[in-house]
Every structure is written in C-alpha cells, then in structure tokens.
Design a protein around this ligand. Structure first.
Ligand SMILES: *Cc1c(COP(=O)(O)O)cnc(C)c1O
Length: 370
C-alpha cells in the first residue's frame, strides 16, 4: 500500500472509550453531567486560571468572550490578519469591526510594534492569536492595553499548554479561548473553552452560553442568550484527552525537533522561530519556501501530495477575504509573504521518526527544481 501521511489526525491514547460509554450508561448525554464539571475544573487548573466554561466550539468560545466583555456595534477590535477566519468572524458577530495587523517575520504572530498606530477612539479590545502554537509576545501588547484601556482576548485555539516567559498562555489577557476541534492539540470532536480569572466575566459567559437563563430562577431569561453549550459526551472525550496532555505536548515537541534537525539551515527553507521567552507547542510544524526557491509553494504541495504527503497552505490572511477586503487600509507584506509561500507539514502526535524522515525526503525532492 502506498504510504500516506496526513497533516493531522486525532489520537485516543487514554480513557476516552470508557468515559463515553459511562455517559451512555448513565444517560447523561446532553449538557449536564459530571464530565462537564470535571473537564472545566481540570482545564482551569491546567491553565492556572480560576474559571473555565466549556462550550460547543472554539468560534463560539470567542463570540462568548467578546460578548462578555461587552463588545458591540460600532466598536473596533484589533486582531492579526494572518489567522483562522473564526477570529475575525467572532468580532463581526458582535457587530464590531476587525482591525487587522500585519505579522512579524520570526514567530508569524501579530506584530506588536504595528498595533499602536491602529488604535482609535473606537478601539475596545485586542484579540491576539498564538499562531500554530507559538505564544504572542504579550508584554508589549499588555502595555498598550493598559495605556489605552483596552481588553485583551487570547485566541489560544492552537496553543494549549504553550508558555510565555514561563507562564501558561490563557492566563495572560482578560479572557482566553480554546478549540477542541478534531485536529487541535487535544480534541472533543467539536468543542471549545473560555477561561478567565474574572468572576464577573465567567458569570456572563455562563449566562450567555445557557440561553441567558437566570441561574437562580429557572425559565427566567433576563438577556437574549445562546445555546452554546458542550455535551457531556464531548466533555468525557475532552477529560480523557486532557489527562494525557503532557504526552501530546511531548510528542509534538519530539516531532518538531526531528523536523528541525532535518530542515534547519536548508537553503530556501524558513522555519517558524521559537523565541527564547517562548515554549512553542507546535500544533502545526510549518515552513516557508523563501524567495530563493524557484518552485511555487502550490506546486511543491502538489508534488508532495503525489508522493503521499499531505500538507496545507498557511492561512489566507483576512484582508484578502471578501468580507474583510476593506476592513483595514494599508499593506500587510509579511502576512502576504507567509500566506503565499508557507505550508503546514504533517504534525500528528502519532508520527514516527521514520514518517518524519520520509516527509523531509519527499519535501527536499519536491522543491529541488522549478
Ligand atoms: C480552530 C481555530 C478557531 C475555531 O475553533 P473551532 O472549534 O473550529 O470553532 C479559532 N481560532 C483559531 C486561531 C483556530 O485555529
């Protein structure tokens, strides 16, 4: 059989099956049940925060976080242009306008030095994205937020467990959000989490995700809420995954180190940096083919696919999508370069050394000539 190596695949290495069967046997399969509480509590401890609220996906987690902060019509929210579309969409769901920032060339995250020029009287918040698992340089972002009285949301959908100056991401801004989609570092199938140290934000998220129902008075709805809850079945899978998260993080690092040993210093291949102040969790191991490589990125990806290696382009930046074409004037040269020339390599926790060597050999063969 021809070898095929996917970009991502979930790995169930723990008690997922046992916990899911327990849900079925107990009949607690909707959004009440012990796994929701256990997953929330264990995830809060993992992030080092007081409150964690499970919800049905990472997009909804962002929507809840922004609503809890009171973001609404007429507000502006600064976010990176190079991100998954959910970041900008969640801002737009609130009636607010995403204001896009270019990337910086080492970590590929939003460039903190380009934020201040975008702050206006309408700016209310900054959403940072720890892209592909590398933490954002938070200190300059937090300093700007203090200076202009802005709230900070961490979109940590890709960065469970990453560290910034020794501190867990997710605990650095006012509120943070995670995704547990099937290809994320740990998964619940579809799922998300909002975490915060602020009791008032936590209460607001709980109210909004539960249809707006008053906790003390059943079927009384003081606000228009949403059904954004997670099921006990999803939480059961999530708890089992979370119990093994150190294993996933170790595997991701081993995969990245093996790639780096093979690819660092190869002319024409640029790797996402891991800064000295950061612990990258390598959700995706990614490369950029720099301008010295004659072969186009898409052609290289096509050749890799033929050779049994699945890859993915880095995200399209938001400023080229129809909804956000006019969002922010100005140029985004770094994001444009990354998006045109970057790709994610297979990054599953299941990859063996031989898989990674195979991917590297196919990659080098695929980029040799134009
Ligand atoms: C995956 C992802 C999301 C959305 O999560 P879903 O669970 O797919 O809704 C949001 N932001 C970023 C940066 C992501 O990678």
């Amino acid at each position: 059989m021809k070898r095929f190596i996917p970009v991502a695949e979930p790995v169930f290495a723990g008690r997922e099956r046992e916990y899911v069967l327990d849900c079925l046997d107990s009949t607690w399969i909707s959004s009440n049940g012990k796994y929701i509480e256990r997953f929330e509590k264990t995830f809060a401890e993992f992030c080092g925060v007081r409150h964690a609220m499970a919800c049905c996906n990472g997009t909804v987690a962002l929507h809840l976080a922004l609503m809890a902060l009171g973001i609404g019509r007429g507000d502006e929210v600064i976010c990176p242009t190079l991100t998954y579309v959910a970041t900008a969409n969640a801002i737009a769901y609130c009636g607010a306008k995403p204001v896009l920032v270019d990337s910086e060339p080492r970590t590929w995250n939003l460039d903190p030095s380009k934020i201040e020029a975008l702050v206006t009287e309408k700016t209310r918040a900054i959403v940072v994205v720890h892209l592909y698992g590398h933490p954002v340089d938070m200190d300059p972002v937090l300093a700007l937020a203090r200076k202009y009285d802005l709230r900070v949301v961490e979109d940590a959908a890709e960065a469970h467990g990453a560290l910034y100056k020794g501190r867990r991401i997710g605990s650095l801004g006012d509120v943070a959000t995670f995704s547990f989609y099937g290809n994320k570092i740990i998964t619940t199938g579809e799922g998300g989490m909002v975490v915060t140290n602020h009791a008032d934000l936590a209460a607001r998220v709980r109210l909004l995700k539960g249809q707006g129902m008053d906790t003390a008075r059943r079927y009384w709805f003081p606000v228009r809420g949403y059904n954004y809850r997670m099921t006990n079945v999803a939480a059961a899978i999530g708890l089992a995954q979370l119990e093994k998260i150190e294993w996933y993080l170790e595997r991701k690092r081993e995969v990245a180190e093996r790639y780096a040993a093979r690819l660092a210093g190869v002319p024409g291949i640029v790797l996402q940096a891991e800064e000295s102040w950061a612990r990258h969790v390598f959700w995706m191991f990614s490369i950029v083919l720099d301008d010295s490589r004659k072969v186009e990125r898409d052609e290289a990806m096509r050749r890799l696919a033929e050779r049994g290696v699945e890859t993915r382009p880095l995200f399209y930046p938001m400023h080229v999508l129809p909804m956000y074409l006019d969002a922010t004037p100005g140029a985004f040269p770094v994001a444009d370069w990354l998006a045109a020339r970057g790709m994610n390599l297979p990054s599953s926790a299941r990859l063996t050394e031989s898989d990674i060597d195979f991917v590297c050999e196919q990659l080098l063969a695929s980029i040799e000539t134009a």
